[in-house]
Design a protein around this ligand. Structure first.
Ligand SMILES: [Fe+2]
Length: 231
């Protein structure tokens, strides 16, 4: 059955262990490695604010199937892939490594955050509860309907955390609406940014999670309160 926004608010957040086969991990790493090596600025870019490199990549067919099957099983059988991306956090990228409490502006209605390769343990929080992934685990949650973040932390140049993210949405989602003539899907959320930030940020629940985030001192970090990051 097609899911509703309410379903996404109440989605059962869960970790799926050992998600991909060894062969799929190999294929995925090769596909991402190739993009990063080619380093085409249209497909590979630096987000220094979050100290990470972001990259597009060609998804191996068997990997697409694994994620889609997971989305249908744990989300709803009508979900379609909205977008996917790769990013690697590291101190090498010379920025503050941070991911403050937020919900996503992109079409991250049903999200699968897969840890491809990390040499650190770095918790993810969804709606105030913490989850810890190992390599080849993924976290299922709703990027647009559940508030998520990671504890503040400065990464050294030797530390990295590489994630592959797949997002899914229902067929009637704005992501799949067609533009007038060329038939291309909408890349941008049609709701104005100001409206979204007001809806996301100005409420008691978000204030509570910000308190939790700012009072979490488990890692060394140089972030200041004004480093609040809003997507
Ligand atoms: Fe997010």
């Amino acid at each position: 059955m097609t899911s509703t926004e309410k379903d996404m608010e109440n989605l059962n957040v869960r970790i799926l262990k050992n998600f991909l086969s060894d062969e799929d991990v190999k294929l995925l790493k090769a596909a991402i490695g190739k993009e990063r090596e080619e380093n085409d600025p249209r497909r590979v870019r630096l987000e220094s604010l979050q100290s990470r490199q972001v990259s597009d990549f060609e998804v191996p067919e068997s990997v697409t199937k694994a994620f889609l099957d997971g989305a249908h099983k744990y989300g709803s059988p009508t979900l379609k892939e909205a977008h996917h991306t790769f990013f690697e956090y590291s101190g090498r990228y010379n920025g503050e490594t941070h991911c403050a409490p937020h919900t996503d502006r992109s079409a991250s209605y049903f999200s699968m955050n897969y840890q491809l390769d990390a040499n650190i343990s770095w918790e993810l929080f969804v709606n105030g509860k913490e989850y810890l992934l190992e390599n080849n685990d993924l976290l299922v949650f709703s990027g647009t309907h559940q508030i998520h973040w990671r504890p503040r932390r400065d990464l050294t140049k030797d530390e990295h955390c590489a994630m592959v993210i797949f997002h899914f949405a229902e067929p009637d989602h704005w992501r799949f609406s067609k533009l007038a003539d060329n038939g291309a899907p909408l890349g941008e959320n049609p709701t104005p940014y100001e409206v979204l930030t007001h809806k996301w940020q100005d409420n008691d629940i978000m204030a509570e999670y910000w308190d939790q985030y700012l009072n979490d001192r488990r890692y060394e970090h140089t972030l200041r309160p004004e480093s609040k990051w809003i997507i």
